[in-house]
Design a protein around this ligand. Structure first.
Ligand code: HAM
Length: 522
């Protein structure tokens, strides 16, 4: 049996109703805050994430799904055919066994050939044996192996080719494009901002909903294909993109959104991780503080201490916590404008009544952040308790070759959001209002007409089948959780009065056709 790949999963009904409920509610909230949707591609060039998210981050260094796009073998084969002015013709189809990938023929010569990035001796042998068989039916057979011109052919390989009578041919190959399934969407949005010169529109308030891919160890709330609902506010500073009001609006939006969805147990963890200047000084101080103690730490934390000292705060190993507790904190290193910016964000949050918890150990796992950084955690989620994360990324556009464009955004883990909601899910699933039970031969078409009438009234209608006995129809209707069963037999049709059965109470009453929709709705 072929199963879904580890870390991916099928979302099935009725759970998908919960996903739709979440997405509809989220779109409503985004509309109220004047956000518009952006959809960027699911794969991007690898360089975007390396430069955007950061080479040293866990995401880029070990979790990306990256692949080389292109078919260099076909590229070489086509280039050679063009050079020879040959069109690909499948010569010698009679010799079907163990054929090379290409066999073409000119007036007097047959060329069996292969193209390989790394030519193999085995291929030489196969070409040789095919050529021997071909020579029984054609006089001129020239087996050929194409390889990229930057492949250094070793002497032993060259002499094998000579011995087996296979010509080697070096071909120019275009470099392959290295692509990555997006592990997050902020870099893609900023790329689109630059590519389409979105600064012409002033402040951009964009949102997205879609799958992301990270090769993490799967567990509850952590998948390799997961879904994010995210938003980015980005634009020139003159459009107000740098203002603490943006940070506060984003955070207030998130509080509204979670409340609207009925998620109560959330905590907003808030920090400022400083501007570029502060960060350089702080990293220096951290390195100094870590130097004498880092050897006592877990190997993974040690690596962080060297490559990206800020990330040491994310080390979860209990034995390392006393060391981490004593490290200097970014809050002591913020310069005056940065401190003021952060203070203003807090003031607005207090004024609108959004509670937050200052956490100067919160550092986030992506390199682009500056100043405000935050996460919302949720009690019911266990180890993977971050339901969403985000922050400011004032230098990202420049890092990707664009103009200065301060920005702030967030991404909610939709899988985790749904998980947090699943206890109260029942209320979201819409069950059929009515199940129509056609009774007897020829009744399907009448039932279809009835269903059409009722669906126009925005009722959820499920249809049985005329081959079902009444008992089976009623059982099916109950199993589906339908409110009513409507019986459509000869009698009902001729009188225009239908038996409507309330499946919860068992009560059955006659209802005229014109009153059916109202009776079901009430
Ligand atoms: P992030 O913290 O890497 O930030 O991811 C945001 C959220 O995505 C997490 O809080 C979590 O809920 C969810 N998430 C991450 N990885 C997984 C996974 N493997 N399985 C399930 N859920 C997961 C970002 O991605 C930034 N782009 C957010 C942002 C937008 N910052 C500024 N703008």
């Amino acid at each position: 049996m072929i199963k879904a790949v580890r870390g991916t999963r099928d979302l099935l009904p009725p759970e998908t109703a919960l996903w739709n409920f979440v997405e509809a509610a989220v779109r409503d909230v985004f509309r109220a805050y004047n956000f518009q949707e952006i959809r960027t591609p699911i794969f991007e060039s690898t360089e975007l994430f390396a430069r955007g998210v950061g080479e040293e981050t866990d995401i880029v260094s070990k979790e990306m799904y990256t692949f080389d796009d292109g078919k260099p073998d076909e590229q070489m084969a086509n280039a050679w055919l063009r050079q020879q002015s040959l069109i690909f013709r499948n010569a010698l189809p009679s010799l079907s066994e163990d054929r090379p990938r290409w066999v073409v023929e000119t007036q007097d010569t047959v060329f069996p050939f292969e193209a390989e990035i790394t030519p193999r001796t085995k291929t030489l042998e196969r070409l040789h044996s095919f050529a021997c068989r071909a020579r029984e039916v054609r006089t001129n057979v020239r087996p050929l192996l194409l390889h990229p011109s930057d492949f250094a052919v070793g002497e032993p390989f060259r002499s094998s080719a000579e011995r087996l009578g296979v010509e080697l041919m070096a071909m120019e190959v275009e470099p392959l494009q290295r692509l990555t399934l997006r592990p997050e969407n902020t870099a893609g949005v900023v790329r689109a901002y630059i590519e389409h010169k979105l600064w012409d529109r002033g402040l951009n308030k964009l949102y997205y909903i879609g799958p992301q891919f990270r090769r993490e160890r799967p567990q509850k709330g952590r998948y390799r294909q997961f879904y994010q609902i995210g938003a980015e506010v980005i634009g020139p500073a003159t459009a107000g993109s740098e203002s603490p009001a943006r940070d506060a609006e984003i955070l207030e939006l998130l509080a509204t959104l979670l409340d609207r969805l009925g998620i109560k147990d959330w905590t907003l963890q808030l920090n400022s991780i400083g501007c570029a200047n502060d960060r350089a000084k702080y990293n220096e101080a951290l390195r100094k503080a870590l130097d004498p103690v880092k050897d006592k730490m877990d190997p993974d934390c040690q690596r962080r201490a060297v490559t990206n000292p800020l990330r040491v705060f994310d080390c979860k190993v209990p034995e390392d916590q006393p060391i981490i507790e004593k490290l200097p904190r970014i809050s002591q290193f913020l310069d005056e404008p940065c401190r003021q910016h952060f203070a203003q964000v807090q003031e607005i949050l207090e004024s609108v009544g959004v509670e937050f918890h200052l956490n100067d150990r919160l550092v986030r796992g992506l390199d682009y952040y500056t100043r405000t950084a935050f996460e919302f955690t949720h009690g019911a989620l266990g180890a993977q308790n971050a339901i969403l994360g985000g922050g400011r990324y004032d230098g990202l556009s420049e890092a990707l070759g664009g103009p200065a464009a301060p920005g702030i955004g967030f991404a909610i883990g939709e899988d985790r959001l749904v998980l947090a909601l699943s206890e109260s899910a029942e209320a979201v699933y819409r069950k059929p209002d009515v199940y129509i039970a056609p009774l007897g031969a020829g009744m399907n078409k009448e039932a279809a007409r009835l269903a059409r009438e009722l669906r126009r009234h925005d009722l959820v209608v499920e249809l049985g089948d005329e081959s079902f006995r009444l008992k089976k129809s009623l059982e099916t209707a109950s199993k589906l959780g339908a409110k009513y069963a409507l019986i459509a037999g000869e009698n009902e049709l001729s009188t225009g009065v239908f038996a409507l059965k309330n499946l919860a109470t068992g009560e059955q009453k006659p209802v005229p056709r014109s009153d059916l929709a109202q009776a079901i709705q009430s």
